[in-house]
Design a protein around this ligand. Structure first.
Ligand SMILES: Cc1ncc(COP(=O)(O)O)c(C=O)c1O
Length: 182
């Protein structure tokens, strides 16, 4: 198995490739196939994110149709027909049957984004700063998530930066306004 390119060109910040030193080429359902055609049962499943399996045929068909239909690929938090359909379906299938009057937030693509959003929201709503976390938990590798991760291995990897603010402190919208508007 030739991992030279990864060792030569990719940063040392590599985790799962060290646990699975294999070059994977294809994936279907619960099976990963390496570049030599050897098959593996994927108990890892994208750290639990692939709950429909690899290249689920329903998703596999929907995606090209969406792209060929010039569906919005990148909309930040703008309203799109795709997001509207997702929200309404989620409400019908998940929220209403469970009598949940919840709102959805789309914090970003990673688990750490969700952890950061949850910690910010909790501190904002409660007006308190202290977050309790349990030893040996893992919450991600972004600043806040790492601060809540009571695991020396991960915390040792990233010393929280000391931030020095340069220039005048601006508050609220003024901080985001183009310089000519200030
Ligand atoms: C419990 C838990 N929280 C948060 C995370 C961070 O997720 P991500 O790596 O997508 O940022 C993980 C990742 O494995 C996790 O297992």
């Amino acid at each position: 198995m030739n991992l030279d390119s990864f060792e030569r060109l990719e940063s040392e910040v590599r985790s799962y490739i060290r646990s699975f030193p294999v070059v994977f080429g294809r994936a279907v359902g619960t099976t990963l196939t390496d570049e030599n055609g050897r098959e593996y049962i994927d108990f890892f499943a994208g750290a639990g994110t692939l709950n429909y399996g690899h290249n689920n045929r329903h998703l596999k068909n929907a995606l090209p149709n969406y792209v060929h239909g010039d569906g919005i690929i990148h909309g930040l938090d703008m309203a799109t027909t795709a997001k509207q359909a997702f929200l309404e379906t989620f409400e019908e299938v998940i929220l209403k049957p469970r009598h949940m009057e919840y709102k959805l937030q789309f914090p970003g693509p990673t688990g750490a984004n969700a952890v950061e959003a949850a910690m910010k929201l909790a501190r904002l709503v409660k007006g308190r700063n202290t977050v309790m976390s349990f030893t040996r938990g893992f919450h991600g590798v972004t600043g806040g998530a790492l601060a809540a991760t009571a695991n020396a291995h991960y915390r040792g990897a990233a010393v929280p930066p000391a931030i020095a603010h340069a220039g005048p402190q601006l508050r609220g919208r003024a901080a985001h306004a183009p310089s000519r508007a200030r």
